[in-house]
Each structure stands twice: as C-alpha cells, then as structure tokens.
Design a protein around this ligand. Structure first.
Ligand code: PBG
Length: 326
C-alpha cells in the first residue's frame, strides 16, 4: 500500500461522515444540572461570577425543574443557600431548612422524569465556611463531622432525595452514610461519592454562589492537585464503603485522574465541570476571545471522552436543548 492511500482525512470529509464515525456523543440523559436554591428570595437572582446561573426561589425552582425534565436531562443536583449560618450548620439538618424544602418541591415537580440529587456537605450552612465542624484548634474534626453527615443523610432521604452527593471529603463518610440509610430503611437512596475531589481554585465562583465566608482553604481534607494515584485510592475506598457512583472533580484539569478511574471502576463514573470552568469560558466568550458554543461543546465532550458516563455542568439545560434541536 502506498503511503498516500492511507488517508485519515477520508473519514473527516463531510458532516455526515464525521457524525457517523464520532466515537463520543453527548446525550441529554448524560447531563446533570447543579441548581442553587436560596432562602428568603421571591424572584431568581443572577450570580455575578456565573453569568446565566441564578439563585432560585422555592417558587422559581418549580419552573426550572419542569424545563429540565422537558429537555430530557438526567438529573439535577440541589444546593441550598440558607439565610442563617452557624458553627455546626444547623440548617442542614432542619427538615424545613432550605435544601430540604427545595428537595420536596423538586421531587414533586419532577414527577419521576429526572433524578433529584442533593449536595451533602456542611459548607453552605456553616458560618466559618468549612465542610465540617471544627475542633478546639480550629481544624475540621473528621469524626465529629461524620455524625453531622449521618443526620443530614437521614433528613435528605426523608425529604425525598434520590441520590446523596457526598462532597465533604471526610474519611469514612460513605460508610457512615450507607450504614445510616440501611439502618433507617432507606435502602433505595443512592450515594454519589465525590471520591476524587481536589482542593481547587476552580471552585472560586461557587463560593459567591453559596455566600461562603470561608477563611483559609480546604487543603487539609480535599486532595492535592499534585497527586494522581491517590485519586484511584479514594475511589477504591468509596466503592468498598458502598458508593453507587463515584465522581471526579473538578473535571477539565483532572482528565488523567478521570481516565484512570474510568479504566478500573466497577460502578458508574461521573465528573463535575465546576463553577470556575464555567466562568472561564463565559468570560472569554463575553470578551469575544473564544467561540462560546464550540468551546462549551468541546469542554464537555472532552470530559466524556476521558471516561465520564455523566457530566455535571451548569450548561446542562442549554446543551440538552441544543442536542434536541440538532
Ligand atoms: C461542597 C461543594 C463545593 C462545590 C460543590 N460542592 C465547594 C467546595 O468544595 O469548595 C463546588 C462546585 C463548583 O465550584 O461548581 N459543598
């Protein structure tokens, strides 16, 4: 065969050919939309650092859930933004706290058309902004935090959450939550373990989104971005402890970790395209420096190509609607 008869360009020659041979595809069902619900507002309020993303009121949440279901997206991940915060994050375990109220509203509105998931972490509810309770020296106390997570899990399951997103990075959190759910008869409540969650600058805009007053950082519990192998360890532990799904987060800067996990995991592997990844593309596009829609497609496709079964992304609704039209 002459060298020139080997022509990879043949399969790139037309849109129909490219579509036919594409190895990776996006589908609305592979997308999960993270949503913020804020206590004490009656109209949606845009989040400054995340143009196009809003704080929902309990009322505006209804229409947004209906739109998400209509677009065919796989699920939503709810975050609560309470009015009052305290040292132990009391609002998280209040059955009438904002996140638990929002869960009941979302479950009812979704009517089974998509999976309602909830963030299970304390940082939205604590006045110090950490993901757990602090000890006398001001450090996050792992085992005292597990007791709070256990109580949160039961209240969230009671509120109807179908999948609990354990995002706090405390050791043993998946085991404690699994045992509590089983003990209380919530045998069908799934656990999404944020197994490999890195301490990341890309969470910046999220801090505004949850009105976080964090002083310091989360490096003593979230993973160090220098470490790849440790991602596989965290995933292995979460699967042993009873995770139904494992997640890598952030996504774009951790595609190597995602590919490792996808190659070995025995449960579904998801990835979270976080607030900073969203904000960067939106900001560049707003300046006319990048083709917004193409950059969005490329960034989400890359996450799927690296091995994610499902992508949590703030563009989920827009992408699903665009996929439906194409
Ligand atoms: C913890 C949590 C965070 C995010 C999701 N869950 C913040 C953090 O760990 O600092 C960040 C998501 C994003 O940046 O989009 N409750």
């Amino acid at each position: 065969m002459s060298q020139r008869s080997v022509r990879p360009r043949r399969l790139r020659s037309s849109p129909a050919m490219r579509r036919l041979v594409a190895e990776t595809r996006l589908h609305p069902a592979d997308l999960v939309l993270p949503m913020f619900v804020r206590e004490g507002i009656s109209e949606p309020v845009e989040i400054g650092s995340m143009p196009g993303v809003v704080h929902h009121s309990l009322d505006s949440l209804k229409g947004a859930i209906a739109a998400a279901a209509e677009a065919g997206i796989g699920g939503v991940m709810l975050f609560g933004v309470p009015l009052e915060k305290d040292a132990i994050g009391s609002g998280a375990t209040d059955p009438d706290g904002i996140l638990n109220l929002a869960t009941r509203v979302a479950v009812q509105e979704a009517g089974g058309a998509l999976v309602v998931q909830t963030d299970l972490c304390l940082d939205e509810f604590t006045d110090h902004g950490h993901c757990g309770v602090l000890d006398g020296a001001g450090r996050v106390d792992n085992d005292a935090t597990l007791e709070r997570y256990r109580d949160m899990a039961l209240v969230q399951a009671q509120s109807g959450s179908e999948m609990l997103g354990l995002s706090g990075m405390m050791d043993g959190q998946t085991a404690v939550v699994r045992e509590a759910l089983e003990g209380a008869g919530f045998v069908d409540t799934a656990i999404l373990a944020y197994a490999a969650k890195y301490a990341s600058a890309y969470y910046g805009p999220f801090r505004e989104a949850v009105n976080s007053s964090l002083v310091g950082d989360r490096r003593a519990y979230q993973m160090d971005s220098a470490n790849r192998r440790e991602g596989s360890l965290e995933v292995e532990l979460d699967i042993i402890e009873g995770a139904d799904v494992v997640m890598v987060k952030p996504a774009g800067s951790y595609l190597d970790v995602l590919a490792d996990v996808a190659a070995t995991s025995t449960v579904p592997v998801w990835a979270y395209q976080v607030s900073g990844e969203y904000a960067m593309i939106e900001a560049a596009a707003a300046n006319g420096w990048i083709d917004r829609d193409r950059a969005i497609d490329e960034s989400v496709l890359a996450i799927k190509r690296a091995g994610a079964d499902v992508v949590l992304t703030y563009w989920a609704l827009e992408l699903a609607e665009r996929l439906r039209r194409s």
